[in-house]
Ligand binder design. Structure first.
Ligand SMILES: NC(=O)c1ccc[n+]([C@@H]2O[C@H](COP(=O)([O-])OP(=O)(O)OC[C@H]3O[C@@H](n4cnc5c(N)ncnc54)[C@H](OP(=O)(O)O)[C@@H]3O)[C@@H](O)[C@H]2O)c1
Length: 478
C-alpha cells in the first residue's frame, strides 16, 4: 500500500470532527486527511474550506493511503457501537505501529478494552478526552490523552499544536496509559455538572429571595465573573440570563422548559465513584437534580404537597447576595475536591500515574470548567504533590473558613424557604462530615453487627469484634 502526504487524519466530520480538522489544518506543518462514513459530509467540508488543503478520502483504504507512517487518525464519531465499527474498519487498512486516536466521549472501560485488543494486534490506540465543545474544537480545546508513551511521541506535538493555551502552556498532558484520558474527561464532566447546578441554585435563591429579574441577576453574575468566581460557566450564565425571547419578549430562561437533559457522563462519574467508594456527593446531587427536573409525572403528582407557611423575603438583599456568592464558592471548592479524589482513586485502581497538578493546569483554558480558580488548584498541587485533600490545602482551607458562615446561612434560608438547594446543602454536609471528629458510622457498624454479624473494630485495640446479640451479649474476637 502506498503512503501519502498527510501527517494526520480525522474520521467523522460532524461538527466536532470538522472543527478539529480545521483546527489541525490551520497549524504549521499539518496536512490533514479527512474521511466520513457518508461521503457527502467530506465533500461539503472540503468545498467549504479549500484553504485548509484537506486530503479527502472516499473509502477507508484511500484514507489509509493518504497518510504518512506511522499513520495517525483521530476518530470523532459517535461513542459506543459507531466507534467500535470505525476502529474495526481502520484496523483493516492500517498496519502495526499506526496510531488510532478516539477523540469521542468514550466510557473509559471501553477505552481500556479497545486499547488492549488493538495493542495485541500491534496498533497504538489512544483514548483522548476533548473538552470545549464546537468552539474549543475549532480554536483550541483542552485535551486529555491516555494511551502509550510510544504513541505520545508522535501524537504529543500534534495535540500540543491545536490545544488551548493557558499562561503560555498548551492545555494538554499525557495523563496516563490506556483509559486514563477518558477517565479524566469523565470526571471533568462530572465537575461541570456540579458547577452548573451550583450556579443554577445560586440564581434560583437570588431570584426567589430578592425578586430580581433574570436581567438584573445577569449583572450580578457578570460582577462575580470579575472576582474569584471568574469562569466560563459564570460568564455564560450572565449571557443566558440576559437573553430575551424574541417571540414573547419574556426572559428566555422563563420560556425554556425546566427539565434538564444529560448525555450520561455525569452518571458515569457517579457510577464509577460508587464502585471506587469515593463520595462525590456534590456531583451526584447535580446529576440527580437533572433527573428530578425531568420527572414530569412525579413533579405533577407532588404539586399538592405542602411547603413552608411563610413566604420567603430577604431583609438585606446585598448581604444575602454576598452570602450566596460565598456559598457558591465554598460548594465549588467541594465539587473540585471530590472530583480530584475520584481521579486519585481511579489512578490507584487502574495503575495510572496521574499528575493531579498537571490535570488542573490543562483545565485552565479551552474546556467548559475553565476558571481562574484552577490556578489556585495548580498552586496547591505544586506546593504539595501528595496532597490528600484539596479542600484542606491552605488556600482553600482559608477560603472555606471565610465562607462557611455564609454557606450555612444560605442552606438554612433555602431550607426554611423550601427552595431546593441539593448541591449547596450536600456539599456542606460533606464538608461537615469530613471535618467531624466522630461520625455516627460507629452506630451503623453496631447495627450491621447486630443483624448480620458483620463485626466492628474498636477504638482502643486492634482486631475485629462481634457482640453475641442473640446470646448473652458478651463480645468475642472475630
Ligand atoms: N458536541 C460536543 O460538544 C462534543 C464535545 C466533546 C466531545 N464530543 C464527542 O465527539 C464525538 C463527535 O461528536 P459530534 O457531535 O461531532 O458528532 P456525533 O453526532 O456524536 O457523531 C456523528 C458522526 O459519527 C459518524 N458515525 C455514526 N455512526 C457511525 C458508524 N457506524 N460508522 C462510522 N461513522 C459513524 C457520523 O457519520 P455519518 O455522517 O455518516 O452519519 C458522523 O460523522 C462524539 O463522540 C461526541 O460525544 C462532542
Amino acid at each position: 500500500m502506498s503512503v501519502g502526504a498527510a501527517n494526520i487524519g480525522v474520521v467523522g466530520l460532524a461538527v466536532m470532527g470538522a472543527n478539529l480538522a480545521r483546527n489541525l489544518a490551520s497549524r504549521e506543518g499539518n496536512t490533514v486527511a479527512v474521511f466520513n462514513r457518508s461521503h457527502g459530509r467530506t465533500e461539503a467540508l472540503v468545498n467549504e474550506f479549500p484553504e485548509a488543503g484537506f486530503v479527502p478520502a472516499a473509502t477507508y483504504a484511500e484514507f489509509a493511503a493518504s497518510l504518512s507512517r506511522p499513520r495517525t487518525a483521530i476518530l470523532m464519531v459517535q461513542a459506543g457501537a459507531a466507534t467500535d465499527a470505525t476502529i474495526d474498519a481502520l484496523a483493516e487498512v492500517f498496519e502495526p505501529g499506526d496510531i488510532i486516536v478516539d477523540g469521542g466521549n468514550a466510557y473509559f472501560p471501553d477505552t481500556i478494552r479497545r486499547e488492549r485488543a488493538l495493542r495485541e494486534r500491534g496498533f497504538n490506540f489512544v483514548g483522548v478526552g476533548i473538552s470545549g465543545g464546537e468552539e474549543g474544537a475549532l480554536n483550541g480545546p483542552s485535551i486529555m490523552p491516555g494511551g502509550s508513551d510510544e504513541a505520545w511521541t508522535t501524537l504529543g506535538p500534534i495535540l500540543e499544536s491545536i490545544a488551548a493555551v493557558a499562561e503560555g502552556e498548551p492545555c494538554v498532558t499525557h495523563v496516563g496509559h490506556d483509559g486514563a484520558g477518558h477517565f479524566v474527561k469523565m470526571v471533568h464532566n462530572g465537575i461541570e455538572y456540579a458547577d452548573m447546578q451550583l450556579i443554577a441554585e445560586a440564581y434560583d435563591l437570588i431570584r426567589r429571595g430578592t425578586g430580581k429579574s433574570p436581567a438584573e441577576i445577569a449583572e450580578i453574575f457578570a460582577e462575580w465573573n470579575t472576582g474569584e468566581l471568574e469562569s466560563y460557566l459564570v460568564e455564560i450564565t450572565a449571557e443566558v440570563l440576559r437573553q430575551v425571547d424574541a417571540e414573547t419578549g419574556a426572559p428566555l430562561v422563563d420560556v425554556i422548559l425546566d427539565q434538564a437533559g444529560a448525555k450520561g457522563t455525569g452518571a458515569w462519574t457517579v457510577q464509577t465513584a460508587l464502585s471506587l467508594g469515593v463520595p462525590v456527593s456534590g456531583i451526584a446531587e447535580a446529576t440527580f437534580a437533572r433527573s428530578l427536573s425531568s420527572q414530569a409525572a412525579q413533579r405533577q403528582a407532588a404539586q399538592a404537597l405542602p411547603g413552608p407557611d411563610e413566604s420567603f423575603t430577604v431583609a438585606d438583599e446585598a448581604a444575602f447576595i454576598e452570602d450566596v456568592r460565598q456559598a457558591l464558592y465554598a460548594s465549588k471548592i467541594v465539587a473540585y475536591s471530590q472530583g480530584f479524589d475520584e481521579i486519585r482513586a481511579g489512578a490507584a485502581e487502574y495503575n495510572w500515574n496521574i499528575d493531579l497538578g498537571a490535570v488542573s493546569r490543562l483545565w485552565r483554558a479551552g474546556c467548559i470548567i475553565r476558571a481562574q480558580f484552577l490556578n489556585r488548584i495548580a498552586d496547591a498541587f505544586a506546593d504539595d504533590e501528595a496532597l490528600t485533600l484539596l479542600m484542606a490545602a491552605p488556600y482553600f482551607a482559608d477560603a472555606l473558613a471565610n465562607s462557611q458562615s455564609a454557606w450555612r446561612r444560605v442552606v438554612i434560608a433555602a431550607t426554611q424557604a423550601g427552595i431546593p438547594s441539593p448541591a449547596f446543602s450536600s456539599s456542606l454536609a460533606y464538608y461537615d462530615g469530613l471535618r467531624a471528629d466522630r461520625l455516627p458510622a460507629a452506630l451503623v457498624q453496631g447495627q450491621r453487627d447486630f443483624f448480620g454479624a458483620h463485626t466492628y473494630r474498636r477504638v482502643d485495640r486492634e482486631g475485629s469484634f462481634h457482640t453475641l446479640w442473640s446470646g448473652d451479649r458478651t463480645e468475642i474476637q472475630a
